[in-house]
Design a binder for this molecule. Structure first.
Ligand code: PGA
Length: 271
């Protein structure tokens, strides 16, 4: 279980989160784990970095023991907004994923916001439930290509962030991690310009400073996601306001994912 007291989110400088989405199979996972475990054995991790993999919930059992104390946290891609067991067919609770030592959960990914029309209130509740169960919520926000073309990117993202600044207590907000993922960059190979990501991160941070004040807002962790790979990850980490990367497709290749981790840690150390 993640310990917010021992490891305050604000003190973790480098975040690299892989999001497998609906990929994997028992066989694929075995090969992946074998390669990943061999590679991380010889890699240099920094105590102020947090690396994690969000895999489909059905595979948590397969991964859980194997990743224990191996510098790669296990995470889920989704949890129920309900905290107590009950008549919620298909839902998986925070308590359930906790049994597999999940440290984090992705909340509000655009693929879920759009396909399942998750309401903002549901997303805020999911963040609350995850914090209550000592799981870091990784909250995704981002604009569509239409929003951007119409000049509405900033207001759309601000509005998404506001749901959380208004719905969560300040002390809870500082235990959340946010991920800016422009929809047009997800799975397209068309990543955002690092300077544009930096600009949006600044806008997001200004929302936090309205409720938290400038200094605590500076400590909120904001990741960039959207076609991140080992060949472009350094450019993002070089931006002062980018604290990490949420990596989709590229995290499905163990060797590529390890390269991303390695480059991210080294770039932050030299920042
Ligand atoms: P991608 O996905 O890296 O494949 O663009 C990112 C995400 O959806 O989190």
């Amino acid at each position: 279980m993640f310990d917010f007291i021992k490891n305050p989110v604000s003190q973790i400088d480098t975040w690299i989160i892989g999001n497998w989405k609906m990929n994997g199979s028992l066989l694929f996972n075995e090969d992946y784990l074998e390669e990943l475990l061999a590679k991380i054995e010889v890699m240099k991790f920094d105590p102020s970095s947090f690396c994690g993999l969000a895999i489909p919930n059905v595979y948590l059992f397969q991964f859980s023991n194997r990743l224990l104390d191996r510098n790669i946290h296990l995470g889920a891609q989704e949890i129920s907004s309900e905290d107590e067991d009950g008549p919620f067919t298909g839902d998986i609770s925070a308590k359930m994923i906790n049994e597999f030592d999940c440290s984090f959960v992705v909340i509000g990914h655009s693929e879920r916001r759009n396909k399942y029309k998750e309401s903002e209130i549901d997303l805020v509740n999911k963040a609350k439930v995850s914090l209550k169960n000592n799981i870091i919520p990784i909250i995704c926000v981002g604009e569509s290509v239409k929003d951007r073309d119409q000049g509405n990117a900033n207001i759309v993202v601000r509005t998404q962030v506001k749901q959380f600044t208004m719905g969560l207590k300040s002390e809870d907000l500082s235990n959340c991690v946010f991920a800016y993922e422009p929809l047009w960059a997800i799975g397209t190979g068309k990543s955002a310009e690092p300077e544009d990501a930096e600009t949006m991160h600044r806008i997001i941070r200004s929302e936090f400073s309205e409720v938290l004040g400038v200094d605590p807002a500076e400590k909120i962790k904001i990741l960039y996601g959207g076609s991140v790979k080992s060949s472009n990850v350094e450019q993002y980490f070089l931006q002062p306001g980018v604290d990490g990367a949420l990596v989709g497709g590229a995290s499905l290749n163990a060797s590529e994912f390890c390269k991303i981790i390695d480059k991210s840690i080294r770039t932050t150390q030299n920042k």
